[in-house]
Write a protein that binds this ligand. Structure first.
Ligand SMILES: Cc1ncc(COP(=O)(O)O)c(C=O)c1O
Length: 369
C-alpha cells in the first residue's frame, strides 16, 4: 500500500482554489444510531472560547473536544466500532449492520481483530474486541511509548512491537492476516485492494460532524481545522461539508506535523506523494507517511488548504487549550497551531476566506496524556 513513488521535500502550506464548489457523493450514514447504543455514549462537547477568538481576530472559536469519546482519549472509536459492526455483520450473513452493540454481540463470529496503529486506533480496535468478547492483535511502530502499549494490552489485546515506521507496520499487520480466515483486518487507511473497511471507518467518523451540526444549530461556521494523518478524518469532514446542499459550507484546513506532511505535499503536487516519517513527533497520531487512497480524490478536489506545524507550535497550542479548560493532547493542539499559523499570514487568511466575523471550529482529536 505504501509503495508509491515521488517523495517530496516539505512544503509548509498548500491550497486549492475552488474546493468549496466541489460536491461529495454522500449517502447519509446510519452509524449514529449504533454509536448511541454504546456504553457511555454522549455527544462530545463543542466549547466556545472567546479568548481564542480575540487572539485570532475572528468572531468565534469553537473546539470539538474529543478527549473523552466513549471512555477513550480520542475520536477513533467512532470509526473502529462502526467498521467492526459492518464487517462482522456482513461476515455473519446479515444484509444490514446491527442497530445496537447488544445485537452485534449476538452476531459476532469467532474472529481476531487485527490492526496497525500509532496508538489511538489500536486502543479503539482493542476496546471494541473487548466489548464483543473477541481476540485482537495490534501492531505498533518503533518508539511506541509504554503507556500506549499498556493501554492496548489492558484491553486484552496482543501487542506486536515491530520496530518499523508506521507505513511499514500497516503492511506488517495486513500481511499477517494472509491465509488466516479468522483474522479480520480493521485498518483506518485504504490502499488498492483494501478499501471497504476504511470506507466504513470514515462513515463512522461522520457522527462527530453530525454532532457539530446539532451543536451549532443555525449559526454559520466558516472554517474547520482537522488534524491529519492518513486523511480519513479529513475525508469524513469533506464528505460532510461538501455534501449536496450542505449548510454550512466552511473552508476545510488540514493540519499536519512538519515531519509527516503527506497531505500538504500531495495537495501541492496534485498527486499522492509520500512523506518520510522516520523523525519522531509529539503529534504521534499524525505521524503517517501516505494518504489513504479513498481519501485522496476528496482531498484533491474538496480541500481548501493544508498547513504544517512544528512540535513546538503544537505543544504551545495544546498548553493554551489546556489553560482554557480543554484537555487537548498534541494532535488536538495541532488544529489551533495550524489556525494560528494560517491566519497569521494575510495571504493564507484571504485564501481561506476568513474575516473578523468568521466562526472557526477546531477539531481537538485527542486528550492530554
Ligand atoms: C488523535 C488523532 N488525531 C488525528 C488523527 C488523524 O486521523 P487520520 O489518520 O484519519 O488523518 C489520528 C489518527 O490516528 C489521531 O490518533
Amino acid at each position: 500500500m505504501k509503495a508509491y513513488p515521488g517523495r517530496q521535500a516539505n512544503v509548509p502550506w498548500a491550497s486549492h482554489d475552488g474546493a468549496r464548489s466541489w460536491t461529495s457523493a454522500y449517502v447519509r450514514g446510519i452509524a449514529r444510531e449504533f454509536h448511541t447504543s454504546m456504553p457511555g455514549y454522549r455527544p462530545t462537547p463543542l466549547i466556545e472560547l472567546p479568548e481564542l477568538a480575540d487572539e485570532l481576530g475572528v468572531g468565534a472559536v469553537l473546539v470539538k473536544d474529543e478527549s473523552n469519546r466513549l471512555g477513550l482519549p480520542a475520536f477513533k472509536i467512532l470509526g473502529a466500532s462502526w467498521a467492526v459492526n459492518r464487517a462482522l455483520s456482513q461476515r455473519s450473513g446479515f444484509d444490514t449492520p446491527a442497530k445496537s452493540l447488544t445485537e452485534l454481540r449476538e452476531r459476532s463470529a469467532p474472529v481476531t481483530l487485527v490492526t496497525a496503529t500509532d496508538g489511538n486506533h489500536g486502543c479503539a480496535v482493542a476496546s471494541m474486541a473487548a466489548l464483543l468478547g473477541l481476540a485482537a492483535r495490534v501492531y505498533v511502530p518503533a518508539g511506541t511509548c509504554q503507556e500506549t502499549v499498556e493501554a492496548i494490552s489492558n484491553e486484552g489485546a496482543e501487542v506486536v512491537q515491530t520496530g518499523l515506521i508506521y507505513d511499514e507496520v500497516v503492511w506488517a499487520a495486513a500481511s499477517s492476516t494472509a491465509g488466516h480466515r479468522n483474522d479480520l483486518l480493521i485498518q483506518d487507511t485504504a490502499w488498492e485492494g483494501y478499501e471497504q473497511i476504511p470506507r466504513w471507518i470514515v462513515e463512522g467518523y461522520g457522527t462527530l460532524f453530525d454532532e457539530i451540526d446539532e451543536q451549532i444549530g443555525e449559526k454559520g461556521i466558516h472554517l474547520v481545522a482537522v488534524p491529519t494523518g492518513v486523511g480519513s478524518l479529513l475525508q469524513a469532514a469533506l464528505r460532510h461539508y461538501r455534501r449536496p446542499g450542505s449548510q454550512p459550507q466552511p473552508a476545510v484546513l488540514a493540519v499536519e506535523p512538519v515531519s509527516a506532511a503527506c497531505v500538504t505535499a500531495s495537495l501541492a503536487a496534485r498527486r499522492r506523494v509520500s512523506a518520510d516519517t522516520s523523525e519522531a513527533t509529539i503529534m504521534v497520531g499524525l505521524n503517517c507517511g501516505s494518504v489513504s487512497t479513498i481519501a485522496w480524490p476528496a482531498i484533491r478536489d474538496g480541500l481548501d488548504a493544508a498547513i504544517t506545524v512544528s512540535d513546538e507550535e503544537a505543544g504551545a497550542a495544546m498548553r493554551r487549550l489546556n489553560e482554557l479548560g480543554v484537555a487537548a493532547g498534541a494532535c488536538g493542539g495541532s488544529s489551533l497551531a495550524g489556525v494560528r499559523a494560517g491566519l497569521g499570514d494575510s495571504g493564507h487568511r484571504t485564501a481561506l476566506g476568513i474575516s473578523r466575523d468568521s466562526a472557526l471550529v477546531l477539531i481537538s482529536t485527542d486528550g492530554a496524556v
